[in-house]
Design a protein around this ligand. Structure first.
Ligand code: AMP
Ligand code: GLY
Length: 421
């Protein structure tokens, strides 16, 4: 099979790395890819958000299956457009992609189907929202309805900060039109965990769990990032919580999709708050998580291409998805200054000094003029190791991450160490 993966981050590198192991694969392409993806796939210089370009290229190059990594092309309707030119695609269509592209769409879905989540109210008028400041008390959860590169949730601690945030979101429009509508939610307490699920029209099948570390500094301090590392399986889940998630969230979600005519095919990523009242949905994303995917796919035993095909043909229930017992830890190396401003173009050394069984997934890298590998993003690499225990995987990931150098490189030192129980 000729497969095209769309995207160019660590998640797409992990997907390409796993697909490259499939016997069914004859040729793998990635658009646009990055310097690490180039090891396992042929990179195609078309942006992931150039829908016309991707569709034309896929059609001209006889692609049998396209796999979409990021949320933006999904929300732009890339799956529907690829279907129009006869390319089978792993990923949800535009209608289903509203589950990530509109917080308000997801909240009404959750409420309609009695799926546990925070109470909420929507506002499209700044003055009306200002008149309701502190609606559920403080901290006040303010969410831009639309996509805002993972930054659209603001949680001010007091009234003055809330007013400032509302002015920025709806007045100065710092998130553009994404905050034309704001969802205000009750503040949930508990521990956060993510669950990725394969979904087709008949089934929802959770993958092995993973724990993400979103804050930039150790001990979960500092601003949110796209994710500074993960470990898998998460040590926050147990059989009781998993059963609650299945009965209260997964089963009603699948039933809700059917009832609402949402023909979801792809990955549903459920952000959860494990609260004293049980698990609650914080958000839905409609794609693999980054960097969750790096540690989850490192543990997948089965053929990923076979799973993708089964989903597109609605026969996911017939596939026996097998996972390795080994544990995985993935540590992100970021550019100094991230998630604020940072410099790009730093030479990366030590990439060849890593152990054979450790994988360095590239997130923000590109080739320089002389073939050297340069930094080109905030999150640069995700060093991913497996081991018999979480601690073995963690030690190996850090030992190898220390060998890779670039000016200003930053990593957290407590990935896989905290947020376990
Ligand atoms: P989201 O983009 O919806 O995942 O939100 C980003 C982060 O904001 C989450 O990972 C949580 O840490 C926090 N958050 C979102 N919604 C709530 C809520 N209702 N209560 C408490 N924290 C929240
Ligand atoms: N790691 C969080 C995300 O992919 O949205």
């Amino acid at each position: 099979m000729r497969v095209l993966v769309v995207g160019g981050g660590g998640r797409e590198h992990a997907i390409c790395w796993k697909l490259a192991q499939s016997d069914k694969l004859t040729k793998l392409y990635c658009a646009p890819g990055n310097a690490g993806i180039a090891d396992v796939a042929e990179c195609v210089p078309v942006s992931a958000e150039d829908i016309d370009g991707i569709c034309a290229w896929a059609k001209d190059n006889d692609i049998d299956l396209a796999v979409i990594g990021p949320e933006v092309p999904l929300a732009m309707g890339i799956v529907d457009r690829l279907a129009e030119v006869g390319v089978k695609t792993f990923g949800p269509n535009a209608k289903c992609s509203q589950l990530e592209a509109s917080k308000s769409f997801t909240k009404s879905f959750l409420a309609r189907h009695n799926i546990p989540t925070a109470g909420y109210k929507e506002f499209t008028d700044k003055d009306e929202l200002l008149a309701n400041v502190g609606l559920y008390g403080y901290p006040m959860v303010l969410k831009a309805d639309g996509l805002a590169a993972g930054k659209g949730v603001v949680i001010p601690e007091n009234e003055a900060d809330a007013i400032e945030a509302i002015e920025e979101m709806m007045g100065a429009k710092v998130f553009g039109s994404a905050a034309d509508k704001i969802v205000v939610e009750e503040f949930l307490t508990g521990v956060e965990a993510s669950m990725l699920c394969f979904v087709d029209h008949n089934s929802i099948v959770p993958m092995e769990s993973a724990q993400d570390y979103k804050r930039i500094y150790d001990q979960d301090k500092g601003p949110n990032t796209g994710g500074m590392g993960t470990y898998s399986p998460s040590l926050l889940f147990n059989e009781e919580i998993e059963a609650q998630i299945r009965e209260r969230i997964l089963e009603p979600t699948l039933a809700g999709f059917k009832e609402d005519g949402l023909d979801f095919q792809g990955v549903l990523f459920i952000g959860l708050m494990l609260s004293d009242e049980g698990p609650k949905v914080i958000e839905f994303n409609n794609r693999f998580g980054d960097p969750e995917t790096q540690s989850v796919l490192a543990r997948l035993d089965s053929d990923l291409l076979e799973i993708f095909l089964a989903v597109t043909e609605n026969r996911l229930a017939d596939v026996d998805i097998k996972w390795k017992d080994d544990k995985a830890v993935s540590v992100v190396l970021a550019s100094g200054g991230y998630p604020g401003s940072y410099e790009k173009g730093k030479v990366i050394t030590g990439l060849d000094d890593v152990d054979d069984d450790v994988v360095v997934f590239h997130a923000g890298t590109k080739f320089g003029e002389n073939g050297e590998v340069l930094t080109s993003g905030g999150r640069v690499l995700a060093v991913t190791a497996t081991g018999k225990t979480h601690d073995e995987a963690r030690a190996k990931a850090y030992d190898n991450a220390e060998r890779i150098k670039f000016e200003g490189a930053y990593m957290r030192h407590d990935i896989g160490l905290i947020n376990r129980r």
